[in-house]
Design a protein around this ligand. Structure first.
Ligand SMILES: Nc1ncnc2c1ncn2[C@@H]1O[C@H](COP(=O)(O)OP(=O)(O)O)[C@@H](O)[C@H]1O
Ligand SMILES: [Mg+2]
Length: 245
């Protein structure tokens, strides 16, 4: 079998005395959608930010495309992208200008036709020329997704990508993610607080609690282990159980 596209070993992040991510290890295979689940403060965003090189791990190892992240940072980041609510883009630029900047930063060719394509797929035509500062949160989310898809990444991190979308756009966004995965073999790390969405999207789920992995497997396997019919009930059970010290 091919080597996993993402390999994380004993990943740890401490902020002062507080350990936000505590010795986490997992793999993501090529073309897989891995769901990262856990209550607020579990360490999901911190883990993702380390995978994206936005913050430096206190300890542990990350390999992406088989390459150690710390020594191949630029090469890796050219083939990785992300969408999240914490991304900030120049507020005075229009949506289209912001996408153009991203395309240039990644050294893309045919930028205009790629922007046309992604704007159409995410139904962004009506706010394409709007100033970013004036976007609604749902429009901002779509801009963040467009930015992520624009560069045709091999690995994509989507941190609560549907959080502020209406049910119609959220559904279309999930379909688009799956369609792009099917056509390009995209590998995805996914988070959401919507359990139905986690089940629908994730090939496999990792449940984080206080920085540690407390459950891992397909949603079916995790539900079976905890004797619950609903992932939501597994979530409540795990989130309300005190982890071992
Ligand atoms: N820069 C930081 N400084 C101090 N604590 C932080 C910082 N970033 C995150 N944390 C803490 O780390 C924990 C995990 O946060 P986070 O990764 O955002 O959780 P999640 O995304 O699962 O909700 C939280 O307790 C949070 O307050
Ligand atoms: Mg988070």
């Amino acid at each position: 079998m091919a080597e996993p596209i993402v390999q994380v070993r004993n990943l740890t992040k401490r902020f002062g005395d507080f350990t936000a991510v505590d010795g986490v290890s997992f793999d993501i295979r090529q073309g897989e959608i891995l769901g990262l689940l856990g209550p607020n403060g579990a360490g999901k965003t911190t883990s993702i930010q380390m995978l994206l090189g936005l913050i430096t791990p206190t300890a542990g190892e990350i390999r992406i495309f088989g390459l150690p992240f710390d020594r191949h940072r630029e090469e890796i980041l050219g083939r990785v992208n992300f969408s999240s609510t914490y991304v900030s883009m120049p507020q005075a630029l229009t949506v289209e200008e912001n996408l153009r900047v991203v395309g240039k930063l990644y050294g893309m060719d045919r930028i205009t036709s790629r922007i046309d394509d992604i704007v159409k797929r995410l139904e962004m035509e009506e706010f394409r020329t709007k100033i970013t500062r004036k976007l609604s949160s749902g429009q901002m989310t779509r801009l963040s997704l467009a930015k992520a898809f624009l560069t045709a990444p091999k690995v994509l991190s989507l941190d609560e990508p549907t959080a502020s979308l209406d049910p119609d756009i959220a559904d279309k966004t999930r379909a688009l993610i799956k369609e792009i995965r099917r056509s390009t073999g995209l590998t995805v790390l996914y988070t959401s607080h919507n359990m139905r969405e986690m089940e629908e999207m994730s090939d496999r789920i990792i449940f984080l609690q206080r920085g540690r992995i407390v459950a891992e497997g397909t949603s079916e396997a995790i539900k079976a282990v905890y004797g619950e019919a609903d992932l939501e009930d597994v979530f409540l059970k795990l989130a309300r159980t005190k982890p071992r010290a």
